[in-house]
Design a protein around this ligand. Sequence first.
Ligand SMILES: [Zn+2]
Length: 396
Amino acid sequence: MSTPSLTTRLEVGSRRVAMNLAAGTLWYVPGSFGIVRVLGPQYSLRCVLFHDVSDTESSFTRGLDGTVSRKDFEAALEFLTKHYTPVSLHDVLASFDGKPLPLRPVLVTFDDAYASISEFAAPLCLKFGVPALFFVNASCLDNRQLALDNLVCYVANVFGMDPINAAIRSSNSEGDFEVRSLTQVFSHFLPRTSLSARQAFRHALTELTGISEPDLASEAGLYLSSQQLRDLAKFNFELGNHTYTHANCRTLSAAEFAGEIDRNKAVLEEISGTKVRSFSVPYGSSVDLTIDLAQHLQRSGYKAAFLAEGRANSTGSPEFHLDRVSVKARTDAAFFSEIEILPRLRRIRNRILATSNSGSQPRHGHLEKAMPTTWNGDPSQDSATGADVSRGNLGV
Ligand SMILES: [Zn+2]
């Protein structure tokens, strides 16, 4: 039985540490927030992204790289509240109507439906006076079903990659596709897989491994209960849409928007009694925010859409293309690097590549490897955009 290769994840993690060490040295220079403006003075709204806040990883999350410890999360809140002004989605939307944002605004967001956000992160946010935006997949509520990413992660950790490849072969008409790591599942196989093939893959995984998914989901207890979802408003959390099953939006047809997007919004609003007015693209890639999807969101009354490509938002960033940074740092210097320096460098890189490619979709190649986005919840990044393509940015 083969085991999942962690090589790519470790390489990405090492690059992130190396970049943070190099870039973070600026943190110790007096006036660092002013100096870093030479890399881009127009950095306006900082959006940070978390997934799971827990001191331990399980077979369902180990390898997704989307978990931060409670201590590290608290350190992040300390850094953010000391050096930034936390804002709510309401503040962000008001800024698009002309009301200025405060100095160094930061919006804290969470993706996916982990119960740890309700149990640990939300009380800490309340303690620090930080409002937040939580993008939830309603299919996971009350632990009725595992998110596919957690199911794949569990199978890889417990059974190895063989049943994953067998499930791919049985659900993929193209035949010869083989993956050797979780990274490849999330960055190469799933993004190009239709919703129906994705469901067939999921079914094959449970058949091949003999898993009783309802029992496993209930036993794992990874996700929010409906009551916890309702209670989030007490912590100044607003709910957002992240699709019903954490679908790859790139392959969604207009007809499938109803089941994945409209249904998720309706369920979240019914349970919480609050309005859902923002959308976070699962896996965070701008490639997945198709024109059809953006138009559907606008027609449906959404006010903002979020990505996770780790780039700086300028004052002119459109409300349906707000980027976020996955934060995995542990020191002030590393936070400074991840939030202030790397997003600016990625923005510069994209401008250069867009110019050199003159009109074609920019690809990042080795530059992307040198400046990884900090989260790889899916332990990996989309090869075309550098987005976190896992659930952990697990994308996202
Ligand atoms: Zn996600």
